[in-house]
Design a protein around this ligand. Structure first.
Ligand SMILES: CSC[C@H]1O[C@H](OP(=O)(O)O)[C@H](O)[C@@H]1O
Ligand SMILES: Nc1ncnc2[nH]cnc12
Length: 293
């Protein structure tokens, strides 16, 4: 199959891309297990893209159960270089209203026990993560939203996404703690993806769709699943328009991204000391650096 350079991870309420044509469902097995579902490869206005519903198309996986490594590795194995995450988030700031769109540029990790690296087992690497999203891809995403002038949707460029473990939503004390950190939005999925995408040298950015005010706002009900899915569905058409416009822009003008060389100085273990097993396991990550002369 020809390389697919653009990937899309659909979150809660976004289980398929309506506009995809010439679809192929691909079951991919990775050294890190099976992805959340088959990857759907199809064409958006002439550009091949890969779509994956991160909780599965029937939403059967909890955030803590997501096979993050298999999902990112499967995208990498198809040749993905740009990965757009579409995610439902709660707002921690009054001005970020339900149905608004936020393009976060920072994360705070409040998860535990998630597997956030492909490395280990005989090969060590430490990637830079000061800027956890690809700022060039985030700009393309923001420009796409702006160009569409979506009614009733305010775009917020930048902001901090708190990634919590879940599955229960936050307590009011936690929500206020996150607000005291000046965080913008909260969700349960994006941080491990961003870390693994960085290790896989894939540019990653998030289109965060605000669905609720979590539980801190005195004038709004506390978040429920019904609220999240209801508001996400009200905004799903807009989200798909944004993704389509972003794909158009990326295929015309793919930005240079620092993420694409994230491993250049990150691997500490000398090449001749890395076991054959590790080289095979990480084939798609290392081939650029470890091809034999
Ligand atoms: C359905 S409410 C909580 C759920 O929604 C968000 O999912 P995603 O990031 O995949 O859109 C949040 O992270 C939780 O997983
Ligand atoms: N308030 C919230 N907390 C965590 N994840 C969410 N996803 C959507 N709304 C959320």
């Amino acid at each position: 199959m020809s390389q697919v350079k653009i990937g899309i991870l659909g979150g809660s309420g976004l289980y398929k891309m309506e506009a995809l044509k010439d679809i192929e469902e691909i079951q991919i097995e990775t050294p890190f297990g099976s992805p959340s579902d088959a990857l759907i490869v199809g064409t958006l206005e002439g550009t091949r893209v890969a779509f994956l519903a991160r909780h599965g198309r029937n939403h059967h996986l909890l955030p803590s159960e997501l096979p993050f490594r298999a999902n990112i590795y499967a995208m990498k194995s198809l040749g993905v270089e740009y990965l757009i995450s579409a995610s439902a988030v709660g707002s921690l700031q009054a001005e970020m209203k339900p149905l608004d769109m936020v393009i976060p540029d920072q994360f705070i990790d409040r998860t535990f026990g998630r597997m956030g690296t492909f490395f280990g087992d005989g090969i060590v690497a430490h990637v830079a993560f000061g800027d956890p999203v690809c700022l060039q891809l985030a700009k393309v995403l923001g420009d796409a939203v702006e160009s569409l002038q979506l009614e009733g949707v305010t775009l917020h460029r930048g902001g901090t996404y708190v990634c919590m473990e879940g599955p229960a939503f936050s307590t009011k004390a936690e929500s206020n703690l996150h607000r005291s950190w000046d965080a913008s939005v909260i969700g349960m999925t994006n941080l491990p993806e961003a870390k693994l995408a960085r290790e896989a040298e894939i540019a990653y950015a998030t289109l965060a769709l605000v669905t609720d005010y979590d539980c801190w706002h005195p004038d709004h009900d506390s978040v429920t699943v019904e609220m999240v899915i209801g508001n996400l569905q009200r905004n799903a058409v807009n989200a798909q328009k944004v993704i389509l416009e972003t794909v158009r822009r990326l295929s015309k003008n793919p930005p240079v991204s620092d993420a694409h060389s994230a491993l250049k100085y990150a691997i500490l273990t000398p090449k001749d000391q890395v076991s054959a097993a590790a080289k095979t396991r990480l084939e798609f990550l290392l081939q650029k650096y470890f091809t034999e002369e």
